[in-house]
Design a binder for this molecule. Sequence first.
Ligand SMILES: *[C@@H]1O[C@H](CO)[C@@H](O)[C@H](O)[C@H]1NC(C)=O
Ligand SMILES: *[C@@H]1O[C@H](CO)[C@@H](O)[C@H](O)[C@H]1NC(C)=O
Ligand SMILES: *[C@@H]1O[C@H](CO)[C@@H](O)[C@H](O)[C@H]1NC(C)=O
Length: 219
Amino acid sequence: MAVAAQPLLASALLALLLAAVSAADTKNNPADELVSLINSNRTASKASNLADNQGLGCIALQYIKAYKGQCDQVGGNKKPVDSSFIDTFAPNCGVQAASLAKITGRLLACQPSYPPPAQAFDMLIADERSLQVLHSKNHTEVGAAVTGTSGGGPYFWCVLFSNGKANSSFTVEGGVPKTAHPGCFSGNNDECSGAISTGVGAWTLVSATLFALAGAFTL
Ligand SMILES: *[C@@H]1O[C@H](CO)[C@@H](O)[C@H](O)[C@H]1NC(C)=O
Ligand SMILES: *[C@@H]1O[C@H](CO)[C@@H](O)[C@H](O)[C@H]1NC(C)=O
Ligand SMILES: *[C@@H]1O[C@H](CO)[C@@H](O)[C@H](O)[C@H]1NC(C)=O
């Protein structure tokens, strides 16, 4: 990495980022886009289309928040304890505890710069094991989430799969999950926070070459 060039590049990045954020279309939800990519890849491989469950999507965002922005914890053996789902994630989302269903797969990835959905897909599906999780016949529904950390990187993507019944699992009180900005999750009509922009092509390209640190995690 060219250390001497960093201040200049940093201000160039900032300018690009500001331009990208102001141009962002908040109606585009990158988490929904990732779910579309997942479903097209599944159906192309003769696996079922998965229901996009907003309660599960909200829980995926909570799952990310449990890492407290620590990218280096992704990929190790550190992961939120299972009881977090009922103790923390579900209540924070307004998901009814009795409607929690089994988690049949999880994918998590993180890097300092924002990876748009297609790049996130490649990060999440990086080996044979994650491909098996992606194509598993055990899943019936999916929830995805993306968020940065404190207004910047690192950026985390999380996908949770479940075998619950689409309309009766991860149900939320009042039909709308509690939103916990920043961040976006799939399955609802939530406007994503400005911290995640869908128009960051140029910025992503530049910053992706600056940083090497990345992590991916599958279960
Ligand atoms: C599905 O994703 C995997 C992993 O990225 C890729 O190798 C495969 O070509 C994709 N399948 C289709 C039909 O796009
Ligand atoms: C599907 O579920 C079965 C039973 O729990 C498990 O043994 C298997 O590993 C799962 N398959 C995948 C691809 O996760
Ligand atoms: C879920 O509910 C929607 C709307 O109420 C309905 O259109 C759909 O058929 C239901 N799906 C299942 C799997 O029950």
